[in-house]
Design a protein around this ligand. Sequence first.
Ligand code: NAD
Length: 434
Amino acid sequence: MEPSVSGGALVASNLSYVQPTESSAWGTFLAQVDRVTPFLGHLERWAETLRRPKRTLIVDVPIELDNGEFAHFEGYRVQHSLSRGPGKGGVRYHPDVTLEEVMALAAWMTVKNAAVNLPYGGAKGGIRLDPRKLSLKELERATRRYTSEIGVIIGPLQDIPAPDVNTDAQVMAWMMDTYSMNVGSSSPGVVTGKPIHLGGSLGRVKATGRGVFVMGCAAMRRLNMPVAGARIAVQGFGNVGSTVAELFAQAGAKIVAVQDSRGAVFNAQGLKISELAAHVAGHHGVADFSGGESMAREEFWDVGCDVLIPAALEGQIDVFRANRLKARLVLEGANGPTLPQADDVLESRGVVVLPDVICNAGGVTVSYFEWVQDFASFYWTEEQINQRLDKIVLDALDQIWEVSQKRRISLRTAAFVVGCERILTAHEERGLYP
Ligand code: NAD
């Protein structure tokens, strides 16, 4: 790519290996960077680093299938920034995973870790595969080969993966074991979200959903919205969506609608979340749940509710849906669920959006606790974990809310201001190598 001169700095004109669009994940991240840049003062001169992932690795993941045939999958690990510490971010297994998506997810991790002030950069990984089409043994072989391939850039002090969509504690156990075998010593700190017996942390599984709930309640207090009786709609009923639905239901809110990849259900009186969880465990989705009325998946966006919680995938709230949805408050459990143009629509309609980079930071916060406990080989109680989690995310929320009010900017831009100031200050203090 030809270098060009811009604003007195020497920069390449753009990245040759992705073609972002307005609605793609990387395009969304770039638009968010454009929005924060005018608020960065003298740090603006470093902002181009945010648009360029530091390190991008694409690997071939070949495995032998149970029937003796071979299959190849594409795997990725992107370290977006390492200025504030090691890379940190999950690994996603999904048939639609692309390099561009992983780049955006890695970048959002950089901003998130900085916005809640964890000592990490940002990274993310993924394999382009459909886990539902593989046996457990095939999934294990893919995980182990992927871990070996990205082993050149991960490690407890380099980059620490964790679970994301379709990956869980078992996948983390295989990753930890493979990395440990390759380096010749047991290395629990290389991944977080591990099983408890392997150095996992109490409270990690529910941490993301808990963070969404705790910050959601705090936001509702500020907006004078009582939690008891509030009508809540949740998209995605996996790790994040099911936990946050359960916690809000326990607090007296009504979960009036849930949508997932298989269907959508509605109950004006509130769905019984434990029964829905049992149904999903047996049927792999919310469709046909007898405790509510089935509805077309698109109708989910028209449901009368006070709070909407997207907790599935990115790019779900576009302009069309933003104009229709009824909620006063959106809690982004998912990463990147709202497109920039939809953000503008929501703002003009007076809908408050608690953005992903703060709202779902509970997971990485407890991942940080897990990593610290692994180094110390000394483990905390669940009560200690939850107390520390609540304090970190609520302090971060207070700070971002204040910046938003003072500078009259959205909570998303405020979270980016707080995060990007920390990232770029670290970058500036370290200086440009060599
Ligand atoms: P998961 O795999 O446990 O669950 C994903 C859910 O989304 C499932 O219910 C699935 O049916 C649903 N879904 C998938 N595609 C959909 C579609 N097209 N329409 C509607 N629903 C769909 O994943 P998770 O860990 O709960 O992650 C959900 C989101 O939260 C992702 O954006 C992830 O990046 C983000 N997140 C997760 C964590 C974590 O700790 N797991 C932390 C921070 C952010």
